[in-house]
Design a protein around this ligand. Structure first.
Ligand code: TRP
Length: 580
């Protein structure tokens, strides 16, 4: 109890549900869901998405709540607590890293939303715009670095301010009134959209599934969208669950959050698709989609000059309650595990993340070097989105399900869930062949078998050779060679055996270094080499001392070789693979 009071608990049950729903409901529902649906075949995607939300998302959300409330810790601390001195805490570490990565690209879209508050007021009240100019203005907007960076910084400061205020003061309060208003505004928009001439084609695209369109790309897209939208797979719900009290009914909470989140996404689609088709636009245009369609709905709407700005204000706040949950995970980690003060953690994380966000924002066409990253031909923004939302989230959810299902055990997990909901284990809902089926049993089977197997197959499936197989090949080869070389080197030079966690993690982290060092070389002529070299020394020093914990006396030759390798790695990669 004492620990709980220091960390803060939600002041009421509704407060928790609101906060969790606030994390879940955000740009994922209103920006990402419609454009993913548009790019992946419409209604068939929606059906698969719904299936994944309730079959895989719901059990995993409950799983995260359980781990959080049981341990009262951030994801890393939680796993350390349940499986002390094992490599399992790396799963939590992956979550913390993912939180940072998602925050970096998510803030870019959030800053567009913030900018759109101003723009929609301007269009509605002072400077009416014609419908066919909207796309042009949007493109100008995302290509003006000054404007974008200012909004980005304002948005990041807002996030920092709320996280700084702490769980109870900051996070809970916002959501109570705002969520219902958001739903109300969405309904107004739907009424306008479906009464536009030609809207029917959009409704049928959105609601009439053509299952022949389903392929493996759609399956992984739906899975990642489900986890992204529900804020799963990186410990956000572990962290929020850690502020729960033992009396709270987590099963109902998970069900309510999943349903509400899905409802908001569904409504957003219902407003957007009829409008897209009525306006004769293509649903497949990707991340820009809603920013072009929504303003048009408002222009065509009576009182659009009020509803439009109101909508973008609500959307900005919805985005804010989501970024807060992302930053809270990273912050809680540094506070609990590293003993940082809250204000220090918030400032450090905020500043670092802003740097990455600015790069991501500039990769929408401002800086050609990051807009078409060589070889992979993706923008830095897309790389962040793909790496963190598609792969990190699904892998994180998979590993946590395996951890609870197979390592920690379902028994203590069910006991934890039983607190606050007696029916979970006791109420028999069905009797088949004298087997009594309870909610707890259904959840166990879902968590232990269904989720891990399904997620694993979907991830494998998505890795099948595609246009990008060459890149995946290069990186896999690099990882395998690095792993072997490092393992040998460290044994030889320092007589130290790495444990399995380190063997996996060290090469991956070094691969990430390449992504930091590479851009330096490309972006800054000549001086970039020197900077990259110095940075390589620093990064590797941190890696060697913190992760490998190699004693100070043995560091130097390893550091020299690591740095040289890293630097050569960058040059080889740039020269051969990226043709620079
Ligand atoms: N779910 C949020 C949205 O839909 C985004 C988000 C917040 C998130 N926290 C997360 C996604 C944690 C994944 C993991 O906008």
């Amino acid at each position: 109890m004492e620990q709980q009071e220091i960390r803060g608990v939600w002041s009421s049950k509704v407060g928790f549900i609101m906060a969790a729903a606030g994390s879940a409901v955000g740009l994922g529902n209103i920006w990402r869901f419609p454009y993913m649906t548009g790019m992946n075949g419409g209604a068939a995607f929606v059906v698969v998405y719904l299936l994944f939300v309730f079959l895989l998302g719901f059990p995993i959300m409950l799983n995260e709540f359980i781990v959080g409330r049981r341990t009262q810790r951030n994801p890393v601390g939680a796993l350390e607590n349940l499986a002390p001195s094992t490599s399992w805490k790396l799963v939590g570490g992956l979550g913390v890293l993912t939180g940072f990565g998602i925050l970096a690209f998510y803030s870019v879209i959030a800053s567009w939303t913030l900018g759109y508050i101003v723009k929609s007021i301007e269009w509605g009240w002072f400077n009416p715009i014609e419908i066919d100019k909207i796309e042009v203005v949007f493109n100008e907007f995302i290509h003006s670095p000054g404007e974008i960076i200012i909004y980005l910084i304002i948005f990041m400061l807002l996030t920092m301010a709320v996280v700084y205020g702490g769980v109870k003061n900051g996070i809970e309060r916002w959501n109570k009134i705002l969520m219902p208003i958001l739903v109300g505004v969405l309904i107004l928009m739907i009424i306008r959209a479906i009464t536009l001439p030609g809207a029917l084609a959009g409704i049928s695209f959105y609601l009439k599934p053509d299952f022949s369109k389903i392929n493996d790309r759609i399956l992984i897209a739906a899975l990642s969208q489900a986890f992204f939208s529900l804020s799963l797979g990186m410990g956000a719900m572990v962290t929020y669950g850690s502020y729960l009290s033992k009396k709270d009914n987590m099963i109902n909470s998970a069900l309510i959050v999943c349903s509400f989140d899905t409802l908001v996404a569904f409504l957003a689609g219902m407003a957007i698709f009829p409008a897209i088709f009525a306006l004769g636009m293509a649903p497949t245009q990707g991340p820009h989609l809603v920013f072009v369609v929504l303003p048009i709905i408002f222009l065509k709407m009576p009182a659009g000059a009020i509803v439009g700005p109101l909508f973008f204000i609500l959307l900005t706040i919805a985005a804010l309650t989501s970024t807060v949950s992302l930053m809270e995970v990273v912050t809680a980690y540094f506070i609990d595990e590293k003993g940082w003060k809250r204000h220090y953690a918030v400032i450090m994380i905020g500043v670092c993340c802003t740097v990455f966000s600015i790069l991501a924002a500039c990769s929408m066409g401002i800086l050609p070097q990051v807009t078409h990253l060589p070889l992979i031909q993706m923008s830095f923004f897309d790389v962040l989105d793909k790496t963190f939302s598609t792969y990190s989230l699904t892998i994180g959810a998979l590993l946590l399900a395996i951890f609870v299902g197979w390592r920690w055990g379902l028994k203590p997990a069910i006991e934890e869930a039983q607190n606050g909901n007696k029916n979970f284990r006791e109420k028999v809902i069905l009797s088949i062949f004298s087997q009594e089926i309870t909610f707890a049993k259904i959840w166990s089977v879902l968590l232990k078998y269904v989720t891990p197997i399904a997620i694993f197959i979907l991830i494998l499936d998505s890795l099948k050779p595609s246009e990008n197989y060459q890149v995946i090949g290069y990186f896999t080869a690099f990882l395998i060679i690095e792993t072997g070389a490092l393992w040998l080197l460290i044994r030889w030079l320092a007589d130290i055996k790495m444990n399995p966690g380190q063997i996996i993690l060290v090469p991956i982290i070094r691969l990430l270094f390449l992504f930091i060092l590479g851009p330096l070389l490309i972006l800054i002529p000549y001086l970039g080499y020197l900077l990259a070299f110095i940075l390589a020394i620093i990064l590797n020093y941190v890696l060697i001392t913190y992760l490998l914990k190699i004693p100070k006396t043995k560091i130097w030759n390893i550091l020299a070789l690591f740095t040289l390798f890293e630097f050569l790695g960058v040059i080889i990669l740039l020269y051969f693979a990226f043709n620079i």
